[in-house]
Design a protein. Structure first.
Length: 254
């Protein structure tokens, strides 16, 4: 049975992450600037794709996932021909009104994250209600989805779930560095950190963060000492400010 076709406009890291999550379910077409970049994308993906240059493209009746840089949208929109059936955009801070420069029947903004490549993305969605069911089904192929009620909410979600993997890498690296500083071998610290994140990722699905913390923190114990240090040095405030500033940045693209 033939797989349905998904067309990516753009061949960067986010497009590759999403394509890795979708390639078992969909046939992949990628529209890009050069054959060399498209060949590199195909090699990185590890399966055959349809490779199309912008000057040869035709989006008529296709389902498009737009993965270019936001500042490239005006130029890209002049190079595409045909009216797409659906346009999904992963461009941070780019409102639905701006997407209308590319001809399509319906539009949705989506914000997946890099975990898409292992089908564990947390993807936020907003847009035309007529596409809601299809959008949820499409992005559920690469993880979990959440349909939101406004573009403001999606910009906040971008700051949390879209940018969140980068914040967690800082936490992960810092915890390992702390263990190495106290005398643990680097490889052992990395193994422990990976096991920690894997187990915590499962626990947090069904428990409130505060309850998990209370279950670990005994009076006067090691966890309480370490937790006190995190509060003293502003980890909570730093995380909240990260969301605020990332949200402000998303709004500034408009």
């Amino acid at each position: 049975m033939n797989k349905p076709l998904i067309t990516f406009i753009g061949n960067g890291k986010m497009a590759l992450s999403i394509a890795k999550g979708l390639e078992e379910t969909y046939s992949i077409e990628v529209i890009g600037r050069t054959k060399e970049k498209l060949d590199q994308f195909e090699t990185a993906l590890g399966c055959s794709i349809q490779k199309t240059l912008y000057e040869e493209s035709n989006c008529e009746r296709k389902t498009i996932i737009l993965c270019v840089k936001p500042y490239n949208l005006p130029e890209i929109s002049t190079r595409l021909r045909g009216k797409a059936k659906a346009l999904y955009s992963v461009l941070a801070g780019t409102p639905l009104s701006s997407l209308h420069s590319i001809s399509a029947v319906s539009y949705v903004r989506a914000m997946p994250n890099l975990a898409a490549e292992v089908s564990l993305s947390m993807t936020s969605l907003v847009g035309d209600a007529s596409l809601k069911e299809e959008a949820v089904a499409l992005f559920t192929s690469i993880g979990k989805t959440l349909w939101l009620g406004s573009e403001k909410e999606l910009d906040i979600a971008t700051a949390l779930a879209g940018s969140g993997p980068a914040y967690l890498t800082l936490i992960a690296e810092a915890l390992c560095d702390g263990a190495v500083r106290e005398g643990l071998k680097r490889d052992d610290a990395m193994s422990l950190m990976r096991g920690l994140f894997q187990g915590f990722g499962t626990l947090i699905q069904t428990s409130h963060p505060a309850l998990l913390k209370d279950n670990v923190m005994s009076p006067g114990g090691t966890t309480a000492a370490g937790y006190g240090a995190l509060e003293k040095f502003g980890v909570r405030h730093g995380c909240m400010e990260a969301i605020r500033l990332a949200y402000e940045k998303a709004k500034s693209f408009k």
